[in-house]
Design a binder for this molecule. Structure first.
Ligand code: ADP
Ligand code: MG
Length: 996
């Protein structure tokens, strides 16, 4: 049972009130008997009450009872915690009815009626009042109960349980006050289990409990059953407003006015001997979905004994031998309930002297594999239609099926190894040796070890280490940090921004609280939850090919959905995976990711450093000006680097076209500002400073920085201050000094030359980076602007794309290239870019004597681009909404700053309903999407429109894309199956809405 987490019960299942519930206004009726209710009245009767009513009306054996509505709860609160007028009289009337139905009397010693009082809101949540059993007992009724049942032991067992429960749950006395005397008694009597205690023992215990209540509350235990009932009802209402429930609702954004219902249920007794018992069971295995009863029961026990771990319960299958008739009946009921609810159920039952009673039913929580299997099986069994089955599986769960995940049991058992929690930046589980350096990560991988790369934060220089790792852990950075973005694109589990970790590269270790993890020690990270553990955790690898049932379900989804699903993929490997997952095209290939690879970065940097001057020189040359030798050299360097990149990119694109044979591939031309490919200004500054100081050393073994603080030249100090701020600059200088000491010897003469060369090189780089730095790179020279300023880059990319397409066509495959321009704001930008590219295409065609077909389109990610989409569509054959940037620019947020500083608080404080970077903001950003779609299609009827922002993999956002009429969504490969299902659900929801 561990996996179902029953003890932490009162689970929440997302629940949208259905229409009939909305209509189920009670007209002031505050109590419903079970016969009067139904499953559809969940909002009014709570989940438990609605279930009891539904079972009653289905003819199942439910002990008679009634439900006080959630509206009564709200009225109680509105009246300042007083029972609303008429409620108590109504309770009395219903108790009289219950007496008539059962032939017993509440408080009647001859034949006492006992009840349970159970809370039950529409959504289960922690902090709600626990159930009180055996209510109605006092000294007289217990005597009557014993006479009637001729079972003294049972009577006193019920009696002591009731006092303890009432004392703990209604009167707030700590459980230990009752547990301790019980344990002491068991010890004294040498009893192993409760069941070994005699009637006499239990009677003594009940007496002792009575005294405890009197001591703790200063009043005798309430003996009047009606007084007991009133206190219990109030306690249920009060629990709705208790701190835990309140906080839970706040956290989960559940309205506070849902209220809880109160269920009053005639007691049935599982503690009447070996032919009695109590249990819980799922109609199907919630872990695997297998069609067999799954659960546990205990004989001679009551209520929650099964989950309280008092005795070891027996497997439900054991009941087949022990109580065969009951088992058969239970099987029938399970089947009936499943057909009634058309879903797997989670049941609670009690057997009283061979008679079965049902006490609860609810939809069963299940793992992702179980969800898929149950949906498919239920179609085969004729319970669900395919369309319904599709709606039963949560798309978010699908991801779990495709990523390695931790064995939940193992994780539950590893809580003592918990190291901390970071941002769940990229889902999946990874276990491996903690390695603090990318090169050593590669070495470890080559040695055959699993690696988790641990960095304070990552940069392009770490990518090779990431590629060698099973997972990535960083101490700094948010959902768009380099680590997070790259890990997601690689399908690599990542926990980012685990601020509580102290990572020390020098000593190759990290600290989490008082635990130290040295390099090479195993750690485990869960990118789905953000948890970090010391040591190994067994992972379960997922293989899409093995998920046969998922494939069936997604096959059905494909028949239903209208939206196509494409994938964002930069490498052939990702494209292949995406295709295997069912992608119908590549919606976004970010060419610059290819630039970041280690072996290319030097070429890329050479190209960038020459770019501006070379472009300027070429312009002058074209205008007929004679270039200087220096200028000619710059152009030469630039052109050579570009040519090298062209060769590399041609291979890259050919790989993608091959993988996507016959399917469209959208390649976005260069997007980020160029300085992103260069080392960071701050780092360079530090390096240059260090080099200067080492060269300035006079050979006495002392660091020059020791000798002269002002050796940190004023210019450098100013630079540091400008970049880092006064405080951090001070710290950086101290750091430099310390490092100076650490590097023991100063340079030997022969070393000097190479140091000087390095300094010259770094200084040049520093100057170049300085020149390219932008105040606000997100809004700076990037995207289409960059292509217009340095057109040779997009010319090169165009040639690479078309050359690759021709090559792949020659191989007998079909390349369908689409060239996409990022960041258009004004139609003239696109018109000019289009001219540049068409000219290049023509030139290539002349050179090669061959025309290659391609499509030309643009991203819509600048609000002005969306607003003028009709003009832009004159030049674009397709649009793709880049909703990451569009969201940034529509809200005026820089995502990293927003998520790091205020956005999460905004969501917490309900200033924003959700994080708009995760779920597309329909009202604002969505309006731009809708408008641009309409305007674009007005200009060009067959304009193909997709979305390639991260929202393309989010089910809610996908629903919006369906509504707006996009042609496709494009998401990361791992989300393709999710999107296939979500797109089907969107189509089904739209169909339903239409038919209403
Ligand atoms: P929870 O919401 O924690 O599941 P329940 O109200 O379902 O709480 O009750 C807890 C336990 O008490 C369950 O095992 C249930 O079967 C048992 N129980 C509740 N009402 C009765 C009753 N009238 N007779 C016998 N057992 C009951
Ligand atoms: Mg229950």
């Amino acid at each position: 049972m561990a996996t179902t987490g029953r003890r932490s019960a009162k689970r929440s299942t997302a629940h949208k009130p259905s229409q009939d519930e909305a209509q189920a206004a009670s007209d002031g009726k505050l109590i419903y008997t079970f016969a009067e209710g139904s499953a559809g009245m969940r909002a009014l009767l709570g989940g438990k009450g609605a279930g009891l009513a539904e079972m009653t009306n289905a003819g199942l054996p439910v002990p008679p009872g009634f439900t006080i509505t959630t509206e009564a709860c709200n009225a109680y609160y509105a009246a300042g915690r007083e029972l609303p007028p008429g409620l108590w009289d109504d309770v009395l009337a219903h108790m009289t009815e219950l007496e008539a139905a059962t032939g017993k009397g509440f408080g009647n010693p001859e034949n006492p009626l006992l009840v349970s009082v159970r809370s039950g809101a529409a959504i289960s949540m922690p902090g709600m009042m626990d159930t009180v059993l055996n209510l109605g007992l006092n000294e007289q009724t217990v005597a009557g109960l014993i006479l009637l049942t001729e079972n003294e032991r049972f009577g006193y067992d019920a009696w002591r349980r009731f006092i303890a429960m009432f004392g703990r749950i209604v009167q707030g006395i700590p459980a230990s006050a009752f547990d301790e005397p019980l344990e002491a008694l068991k010890e004294e009597r040498g009893a192993r289990a409760d069941t070994d205690l005699t009637a006499e023992n239990l009677r003594g215990l009940a007496e002792r409990y009575g005294q405890i209540v009197a001591e703790q509350t200063g009043e005798p235990f309430p003996t009047d059953p009606y007084r007991q009932l009133e206190l219990a009802i109030r306690a249920v209402f009060d629990s709705w407003f208790g701190k835990r429930a309140h906080d839970y609702r706040e956290f989960n954004k559940i309205p506070h006015d849902l209220g809880t219902a109160v269920n009053i249920v005639t007691m049935v007794f599982g503690n009447m001997g070996s032919d009695s018992g109590t249990g819980v069971a799922f109609t199907r295995d919630p872990n695997t979905g297998a069609r067999e009863l799954f659960g546990e029961y205990l004989t001679n026990a009551q209520g929650e004994d099964v989950v309280a771990g008092i005795r070891t319960p027996a497997k439900i299958s054991h009941m087949r031998e022990e109580l065969p008739d009951v088992y058969r009946q239970f099987e029938e009921i399970a089947e009936k309930l499943e057909r009634n609810y058309r879903d797997a159920q989670d049941l609670e039952f009690t057997i009283e002297r061979g008679t079965l009673y049902m006490l609860q039913t609810r939809s069963a929580k299940r793992t992702a594999p179980a969800a898929v299997k149950i949906a498919i099986d239920m179609v085969e069994e004729g319970i669900l239609t395919r369309e319904e089955a599709l709606q039963r599986v949560d798309p978010a769960q699908i991801v779990q099926l495709l990523l390695p995940r931790f064995d939940e049991r193992a994780k539950a058992g590893a809580q003592d190894r918990f190291l901390g929690k970071g941002l769940n930046a990229s889902p999946g589980a990874a276990t491996g040796k903690a390695i603090f350096d990318p090169d050593r990560a590669v070495e470890a991988k080559e040695a055959g070890d699993p690696v988790v790369l641990v960095r304070i934060e990552t940069s392009p220089d770490d990518v090779h280490g990431m590629l060698a790792a099973k997972g990535v852990l960083t101490a700094r950075g948010g959902a768009t940090s380099h680590a997070a973005v790259v890990a997601r694109s690689m399908g690599l589990p990542c926990v980012a921004g685990a601020e509580s970790l102290r990572i020390d590269y020098a000593s190759r270790q990290m600290r989490a609280g008082d635990v130290t993890v040295a390099e090479g020690e195993m750690i485990s990270i869960d990118g789905t939850t953000g948890e970090i553990f010391a040591g190994e955790l067994p992972t379960i690898e997922a293989r899409f090919e093995d998920e046969g049932e998922l494939a069936i379900l997604l096959g059905w989804a494909d028949e239903v959905r209208r939206l196509q699903v494409w994938a964002n993929a930069d490498y052939p490997r990702d494209a292949e995976r995406a295709r295997a997952f069912g992608a119908q095209g590549i919606g976004l290939c970010r060419t610059e990711h290819m630039f970041f690879e280690e072996d290319r970065l030097p070429t890329v940097r050479r190209m960038i450093l020459a770019a501006t001057r070379a472009t300027e020189a070429k312009r002058r040359r074209d205008a007929g000006v004679e270039l200087t030798a220096d200028e000619r050299e710059t152009v030469e360097v630039f052109d050579t680097a570009l040519a090298e990149l062209e060769t590399l990119q041609t291979d890259d694109f050919a790989g993608l076209f091959r993988a996507m044979d016959g399917l469209p591939v959208v390649i976005r031309l260069i997007d980020p500002p160029l300085h992103e490919f260069l080392p960071s200004y701050e780092e360079l500054l530090v390096e240059v400073t260090r080099l200067q100081d080492r060269l300035g050393g006079d050979g006495d073994g002392r660091s020059p920085l020791d000798a002269v603080g002002d050796r940190v030249t004023p210019a450098i100090a100013r630079g540091l201050e400008k970049v880092l701020g006064k405080k951090d600059a001070g710290r950086a200088m101290k750091l430099l000094r310390r490092e100076g000491k650490a590097s023991t010897a100063t340079s030997a003469p022969d070393e000097k030359g190479s140091l000087e060369a390095e300094l010259a090189e770094k200084t040049e780089l520093l100057n170049a980076v300085e020149a390219m730095r932008e105040q606000n790179p997100m809004l700076g020279m990037r995207g289409i602007r960059l292509g217009l300023m340095i057109p040779d880059i997009i010319r090169m990319q165009t040639r690479a794309i078309l050359t690759a397409a021709a090559r792949v066509d020659d191989e007998g495959k079909k390349a369908l290239p689409e060239i996409m321009i990022p960041l258009v704001g004004h139609v003239n930008e696109l018109a000019e870019t289009h001219r540049i590219i068409e000219a290049e295409v023509d030139r290539l065609a002349k050179e090669t004597g061959r025309q290659v077909a391609y499509k030309f389109g643009t991203m819509i990610e600048v609000p002005r681009g969306a607003l003028t989409a009709d003009q832009i569509a004159e030049h674009a054959e397709f649009f793709s909404f880049g909703t990451n940037d569009l969201t940034q620019m529509t809200f005026g947020y820089s995502r990293d700053d927003a998520e790091g500083k205020f956005l999460l608080q905004y969501v917490d404080r309900k200033i924003l309903p959700v994080n708009p970077f995760q779920v597309l903001d329909r009202e604002g950003v969505g309006q731009l999407v809708r408008m641009a779609t309409q305007k674009g299609r007005r200009t060009r009827k067959d304009l193909k429109i997709g979305i390639c922002g991260e929202h393309g993999g989010d089910p809610q956002s996908i629903a919006f894309c369906h509504e707006v009429g996009l042609n496709y969504v494009s998401c990361s490969p791992f989300r393709v199956p999710v999107a296939r299902l979500a797109a089907a659900q969107a189509a089904l929801a739209a169909k339903e809405a239409k038919s209403r």
